[in-house]
Design a protein around this ligand. Structure first.
Ligand SMILES: C[S@@+](CC[C@H](N)C(=O)[O-])C[C@H]1O[C@@H](n2cnc3c(N)ncnc32)[C@H](O)[C@@H]1O
Length: 371
């Protein structure tokens, strides 16, 4: 039998490939014709930017009246409210209970907000403490992330452009969500300075950032605060440099939401938590026990007698894990998968069950001559 020539073999190969492509094309066309090209994928065409909120903390999922919060933005803002309440900075109009401790709105306030997020926190803080009615208010925010800085600046600018900046008009602050279309009562734009900088390493700051931060030490601010909302456990090499700068250079108190290690965590639980922290790019020994945390605050310059650490885990992990499950279910029909967040949700369920890590509100105060 004669062997086919090389050219006829090549022709046969090409013809075979073309036939397969043709068959696949016919199958694709007939599938499209028999099916429905419409679904829910056009959600992308319907959403408007900027999004109503871009909070990203674990949230405090219980209202003051004990009812459960259902929405992420409300829970995240409520976490900020908890911090301000613990610090005694919540203005009376933002406090749901008239008996809650609140600093006089007549005091001047300076805040160094590290890891401030995407702008919601900056605007909400100014609203909640009634910054526009205080004699002086200065806010310096530091974030590691350039895109978050850009988003935050845009949100702040939008909020400021809707601000009445009229201290005599009634406050529009609400305990739920912030929208940039509501008329707000905010201080002037120059009160806010946002920067991209590694807040964990003050020695790396450029001169503009350093001078902006040190300006907060001005004695005319009777209330000076460092705020770290759900971020200090990321700080590398540790929390110490920023806490020391705040206590010793700014003479500022500290308010934080942070995570601490249970005293009763087993060797394996501690190892699991350390590995988890490592995956999240945290320093290996970032999670401290309450005793170690207190010692660190004292070492950095805070008054041992004035440190408060309140375990708020009951209001944090379960609420967030439930929200992630719910969000996964409602977004699935739109083809949106929360895979990574769903995995994180499992970790929060584990924290909720074992309390190997606890969510805490921390207040540390420096000794003042006047105190
Ligand atoms: C969980 S988010 C909390 C954001 C914000 N506080 C909120 O509640 O929406 C942690 C934030 O800390 C920031 N962060 C982490 N390490 C930082 C560092 N060394 N310096 C400044 N920001 C940092 C991250 O970029 C991120 O925005």
């Amino acid at each position: 039998m004669p062997l086919p020539s090389l050219s006829s073999f090549f022709l046969g190969f090409v013809a075979g490939c073309l036939t397969i492509i043709l068959l696949l094309a016919i199958a694709a066309v007939s599938l499209t014709r028999s099916g429905d090209i419409y679904g829910l994928g056009h959600w992308k065409l319907n959403i408007r930017t900027p999004f109503p909120s871009m909070w990203m903390n674990l949230g405090f999922w219980t209202r003051d009246d004990g009812t459960a919060i259902q929405h992420f933005d409300e829970a995240a803002r409520n976490m900020l409210r908890q911090l301000l309440q613990a610090a005694g900075l919540l203005s009376n109009s933002s406090s749901s209970s008239s008996s809650s401790s609140s600093s006089s709105s007549s005091s001047s306030v300076a805040v160094l907000d590290v890891g401030f997020g995407c702008g919601d926190q900056t605007v909400a803080l100014a609203e909640l403490i009634n910054a526009s009615t205080r004699p002086q208010f200065r806010y310096v925010g530091l974030t590691l992330n350039a895109t978050q800085l850009q988003e935050a600046q845009q949100r702040l600018d939008a909020a400021l452009s809707h601000s009445t900046q009229d201290p005599s008009s009634s406050s529009s602050s609400s305990t739920t969500t912030t929208t940039t279309t509501t008329s707000l009562n905010l201080p002037k734009a120059s009160s806010f300075q946002l920067y991209q900088a590694d807040a964990a390493q003050p020695t790396s700051w450029p001169p503009t950032v350093l001078s902006s931060v040190t300006s907060l030490a001005d004695a005319s601010f009777s209330e000076r605060w460092l705020m770290g909302l759900d971020c200090l456990y990321h700080f590398s090499p540790s929390r110490k440099p920023i806490l020391t700068l705040a206590a010793r250079t700014l003479h500022a108190n500290v308010m934080a939401f942070d995570l601490i290690l249970s005293d009763s965590a087993s060797f394996w639980q501690t190892l699991a938590v350390r590995i988890l922290g490592f995956v999240l790019l945290c320093p290996w020994r970032t999670f401290l026990t309450e005793r170690e945390y207190r010692e660190q605050l004292v070492e950095c310059g805070y008054d041992r007698e004035q440190i408060e650490i309140r375990d708020v885990s009951d209001h944090v992990f379960g609420g967030l894990a439930g929200h992630l499950r719910k969000q996964d279910a409602v977004l699935r029909p739109y083809g949106i998968s929360l895979t990574a967040y769903a995995l994180v949700g499992r970790v929060y369920e584990w924290f909720d069950r074992t309390r190997v890590l606890k969510g805490v509100v921390v207040i540390g105060r420096v000794k003042r001559k006047s105190q």
